[in-house]
Every structure is written in structure tokens, then in C-alpha cells.
Design a protein around this ligand. Structure first.
Ligand SMILES: Cc1ncc(COP(=O)(O)O)c(C=O)c1O
Length: 389
């Protein structure tokens, strides 16, 4: 192969892609710029604005000149509040030295993969999965091993993990509730993953971004199982529960030696989370369980309305147990999900994400986000009926 000389980026970025989702967003913007109405079901943001007390906490922090460097792992009141939250909600016992504030859940995940993976390692990933995960893994020159979620749940999680594992397997990425499928793993399933991790001496990178959006069953944190806290890095975000996507607020919980790894990554990438944002995070953590439950019920109404509308036109799906996405089979439109998304956008002006961008198991499906208003779902239902009549 010809030597590309100096004018190339580092080889470890060769296999890292840019999300197809950006291309869809661009198409939506072009349609809107041309004066067309678009039913926007492609996003991943809550339908409500950041609550006022959270915004005011950031404003107050600015007024109080909380604009200086903060400890790069997070200010003390934030870490104390995180420790309390983890004990109360996740049944995870941690000290203030075992939590770290991050720039969104994304930095927590980036830090987790950078901390545990070496080039040549393999990571078990349930498929379909949130698209950036394979890029985060490939960015360390490790390799994702895709494990079909549906057949793993049908045939036995432990047995299936065993089947897909290699001698190079180092970790399991465990996302519940899942984006894009809405699958919520049960406690029994978490126990199977944990048993396999212990048997093979693997680490677990848990992603609990949608922990507060579970409609059927209960959210269960794998790190709360015996023997799992020491081999799990659990990543969380403020984006979904508190409608704080643009604030870039998240955190991770882990024990040593992994916490030192996370600290290094955070220190040398961003040197922590923006100081006023950390005060907003402290305020967000004061949100009551009742308020969070009320939002969840808002989402449930949207879920039920959208799922009924999809099934009514033959785009079949079960009500997803968690997160805020419906993932119907769209073979009625096209067996190729990119083609189905293109047709739906061009002919019915409904923007969705093709399932194939979430892995091979997503082919034949589209992801519809129901983090929109009830009126938007009703309008989408009408457009679907017209398109598929
Ligand atoms: C499964 C999953 N994990 C993590 C994140 C990270 O979110 P953020 O970087 O906004 O905190 C997202 C966002 O869409 C997600 O869907």
C-alpha cells in the first residue's frame, strides 16, 4: 500500500464512523428550509424543556462567580448527591471517590471503553445497539462482537453470550433500557450476564441512560448484584430524565483501578464538567420521584398512542418496555430499512431512523422516537394512514 505520508489521521480512527443519523437530520433541515412540514420522529431528546429550578441553579452559579476550575472529578456537593442517588435508586454502594461527573453519558462511555480496552480486545454488545457504541469500541482498536438480543432472550442469555464470545473477549456492554428497541432486561437476565462475566473474568460497561423510563417491569442495575460492583463501570446521563441534552451532564460509578482510568480520561480531555453545569446537576438531583413518575406517565401515553397508530397500519410492534422509542417492523414498506426510511420521509414527510444503523438485527425495522407532543403523534398517525392506505 502506498505510504500516505504525514497527511493522514491516526490509524485508530480509520474504523471510526460518522453517524448516518446526521445525514437524516440534514435531510429534515433541507425539507423544512424548503417550507415543507416534517413529522420529526428521528430525534432522541425529551419533549419538555429543562425544568426552571435547574436553569435557575446554573444562573445563580454564574451570578455567584462559580466560573473557576472545579475539581476535575466533580464538586463535593455533586459527588455526595450522586452517592445518595446511587444508593437509593440503584442499590449501588459507592463512596465519593467512586463517582465521577462527566460531560454527558457520552464521556462516561468514552472513558469506560478507553479505560478497559486494549487493541485486539473483543467486547460483547447486544444487537441492536446505540450506534456510537461500535465507534467507541473501534476507537480503542478493539472489536464489537454483536449478540442478537431477541434470540439471546429466547434461547438463554448466558448460553448465547458463551456462543458469541472469543478468547479475546474483555468486556460486555450492557444497556438497559435499550436504545433503540426499548428492551428492559429483567433481574434474572442481569444475573445471567453477571454469572457469565464472573465465570469468564470479564468487565461490564453498563449504560443506564434511560433508567427512569421503564413502563413494564423495573429498572435493575447490574452493579448491585453480588461481586459485580468491582467489575462494572456504570454510566448515567442527565440528558433524558431531566431534559438536559444540551448541558452535557453525566456521571459514572466504578471501583479501582477503573476509577483512576476514568479520572485520567476526564482530566486530559475536558478537565471536568463546566462548573455552573455542576450546580445545575446538584439541583436536578433534588427532583422528586413523584415528578419523575409523572413524566414517565406522559411518555407512556405517547408510547401507547404511537404503538396503536403503527399497528393500525400494519407496522407491527409490541409496546416497548422502556426508553422512548418504538421499533416496528416495516417490511411492509421495504425490507431494506434505509429504503423504508427514505420512502417515509420523501412521501409522507415522516422522519425516522433506519434500523440497520443500529446493527444487523435492526434491519427491517425503523426507530420512531415518541418524545414528541401528543398532537405530533396524531398528525403522524394521519400521515401514515394516507401513505399506507
Ligand atoms: C443508550 C444511550 N446511552 C448514552 C447516551 C448518551 O447521552 P448523552 O451523551 O446525551 O448524555 C444516549 C443518548 O442518546 C443513549 O441513547
Amino acid at each position: 500500500m502506498a505510504n500516505a505520508g504525514a497527511m493522514r489521521v491516526a490509524h485508530r480512527l480509520d474504523e471510526v464512523g460518522f453517524s448516518d443519523i446526521v445525514q437524516i437530520r440534514n435531510k429534515v433541515m433541507a425539507l423544512r428550509a424548503a417550507g415543507e412540514k416534517v413529522h420529526a420522529f428521528h430525534g432522541g431528546e425529551p419533549f419538555f424543556e429543562t425544568p426552571e429550578p435547574i436553569k435557575q441553579a446554573a444562573v445563580k452559579a454564574l451570578a455567584d462567580n462559580q466560573t473557576h476550575y472545579a475539581p476535575s472529578s466533580g464538586i463535593a456537593p455533586l459527588r455526595e448527591a450522586l452517592v445518595k442517588k446511587l444508593a437509593a435508586k440503584n442499590n449501588i454502594d459507592a463512596t465519593v471517590d467512586e463517582v465521577i461527573a462527566t460531560v454527558g453519558g457520552s464521556q462516561a462511555l468514552y472513558g469506560a471503553f478507553q479505560t478497559v480496552l486494549d487493541p485486539g480486545d473483543d467486547v460483547l454488545v447486544f444487537d441492536p445497539y446505540w450506534t456510537p457504541i461500535s465507534d467507541l469500541i473501534r476507537g480503542t482498536q478493539a472489536r464489537p462482537l454483536l449478540v442478537p438480543t431477541v434470540s439471546a432472550r429466547r434461547n438463554g442469555i448466558r448460553k448465547t453470550l458463551k456462543q458469541f464470545s472469543t478468547p479475546k473477549t474483555r468486556a460486555i456492554y450492557y444497556n438497559t433500557p435499550q436504545n433503540p428497541s426499548g428492551v428492559v432486561f429483567t433481574r434474572a437476565e442481569a444475573e445471567e450476564v453477571a454469572a457469565f462475566a464472573q465465570e469468564r473474568d470479564l468487565l461490564v460497561i453498563a449504560d443506564e441512560a434511560y433508567e427512569d423510563l421503564v413502563y413494564e417491569g423495573e429498572h435493575f442495575s447490574i452493579a448491585s448484584l453480588p461481586g459485580m460492583a468491582e467489575r462494572t463501570i456504570t454510566c448515567f446521563t442527565f440528558s433524558k430524565t431531566y431534559a438536559m441534552t444540551g448541558w452535557r451532564a453525566g456521571y459514572a460509578v466504578a471501583k479501582e483501578p477503573f476509577m483512576t482510568g476514568l479520572r485520567k480520561i476526564v482530566l486530559y480531555s475536558t478537565n471536568g464538567v463546566t462548573t455552573p453545569v455542576q450546580y445545575a446537576m446538584v439541583e436536578a438531583l433534588k427532583t422528586t420521584g413523584k415528578e419523575i413518575a409523572a413524566r414517565r406517565e406522559d411518555y407512556r401515553k405517547r408510547r401507547d398512542l404511537l404503538v396503536a397508530a403503527l399497528n393500525a397500519v400494519g407496522l407491527t410492534c409490541e409496546p416497548p418496555a422502556g426508553a422512548f422509542y418504538a421499533f416496528p417492523n416495516v417490511e411492509k414498506i421495504s425490507r431494506n430499512s434505509k429504503e423504508a426510511a427514505r420512502l417515509l420521509l420523501e412521501k409522507a414527510h415522516i422522519a425516522t431512523i433506519p434500523g440497520s444503523v443500529f446493527g444487523a438485527q435492526g434491519e427491517g425495522y425503523l426507530r420512531f422516537s415518541y418524545a414528541v407532543t401528543l398532537e405530533e403523534i396524531e398528525e403522524c398517525a394521519k400521515a401514515l394512514k394516507k401513505f399506507l392506505k
